[in-house]
Design a protein. Structure first.
Length: 256
C-alpha cells in the first residue's frame, strides 16, 4: 500500500511536468496507472503500474484510466520513475527494470529510495540500460523531460520530506501549482503595497505644496514607523528635495 508520501510524490511529479510543459498538449503523464502491453499479460493479470511515467508525441487531452499500448499505436512510456520501498525495491531494480529495458524499451528510467535518499537513473543505449551520471549539482539529466531530476527538501501537500523535483534548462526549480499561486499572491501583495505607498507619497507632496513642510512631516510621522520609512524612501525616489525637507523637520519634543 502506498504511503501518503508516495502518493504526494507522484502528484508532485505529475503537477510539475504539467507546469514544465504548460504550453504543450502533445504528451501524457500519469502515475500509479496500469500499463497494458500484451494480451497475454492482460490474460494472466501480470499488471505493471509505474509510479510515474510520461509519453511524448501523443494527444494529452484524452482521458485515460490505463495506458493500453495496442490502443496507443504501440507507444510505451518514454520515461518512468519508480519510488522504492522495502517491499518493492527488489522488483523495481530487478524484474521491472528488465521489463522496461527489454520490452518497453523506455529511453530513461529512474528510481528513488526515500529511506536512503538515493536517486538513480539509467538511459537506454544500444538496447541496454547504462547508468546516468549526475551533473555538478548532483542532478540527473532527463532528456525526455528536457529537465534535470534532483532532490529537494521541503513541504508539499502538508508533508515534510525530501522529494524528487524537476529543474529546467536554466537551472531553475520547476514550481508546483501551489508554489506558483504563492508567488502570484506575493506579487499581488507587493503591487498593492507599492500602490498604497504611492498614494501616501501623493498625499505628503500635496500637503507640502498646499500647507507647508510641517504639515507634510506631521502626516508622514503619523503613519506606522516601518510604513512611514518606506513611504519616505518612495518620496525620495519621486522628489528628493521634498523628502529631504520633510525629513529635516524636527520631531515634537526634540531639541533643535
Amino acid at each position: 500500500m502506498d504511503s501518503p508520501w508516495h502518493r504526494a510524490q507522484m502528484e508532485l511529479l505529475i503537477q510539475t511536468t504539467h507546469v514544465r510543459w504548460q504550453d504543450r498538449s502533445d504528451y501524457y503523464t500519469g502515475g500509479n496507472m496500469f500499463v497494458y502491453f500484451s494480451f497475454e499479460q492482460a490474460r494472466t493479470h501480470d499488471y505493471r503500474g509505474p509510479d510515474y511515467f510520461t509519453v511524448v508525441g501523443v494527444d494529452g487531452s484524452v482521458e485515460r484510466k490505463a495506458w493500453v499500448v495496442w490502443e496507443e499505436s504501440g507507444r510505451y512510456p518514454d520515461v518512468i520513475i519508480e519510488l522504492l520501498s522495502p517491499t518493492t525495491r527488489a522488483e523495481d531494480l530487478g524484474t521491472k527494470k528488465d521489463l522496461y529495458e527489454r520490452v518497453f524499451r523506455t529511453p530513461e528510467y529512474f528510481c528513488y529510495d526515500p529511506d536512503t535518499r538515493l536517486l538513480m537513473g539509467w538511459r537506454l543505449i544500444a538496447g541496454r540500460y547504462l547508468p546516468i551520471a549526475p551533473d555538478e549539482n548532483g542532478r540527473f539529466p532527463c532528456h525526455v523531460l528536457d529537465s534535470t531530476l534532483g532532490l529537494w527538501e521541503g513541504s508539499f501537500d502538508r508533508i515534510r520530506g525530501v522529494w524528487i523535483r524537476l529543474w529546467d534548462a536554466a537551472g531553475e526549480l520547476v514550481p508546483s501549482p501551489p508554489e506558483l499561486a504563492a508567488v502570484a499572491e506575493a506579487r499581488a501583495s507587493e503591487a498593492e503595497a507599492r500602490a498604497s505607498e504611492a498614494r501616501e507619497v501623493c498625499q505628503v507632496m500635496a500637503l507640502y505644496y498646499r500647507e507647508g513642510v510641517t504639515a507634510a512631516a506631521t502626516w508622514l510621522r503619523a503613519l506606522p514607523e516601518a510604513y512611514s520609512q518606506r513611504v519616505l524612501a518612495a518620496l525620495g525616489a519621486t522628489d528628493p528635495e521634498v523628502a529631504r525637507a520633510v525629513e529635516a523637520v524636527p520631531r515634537r519634543g526634540s531639541s533643535s
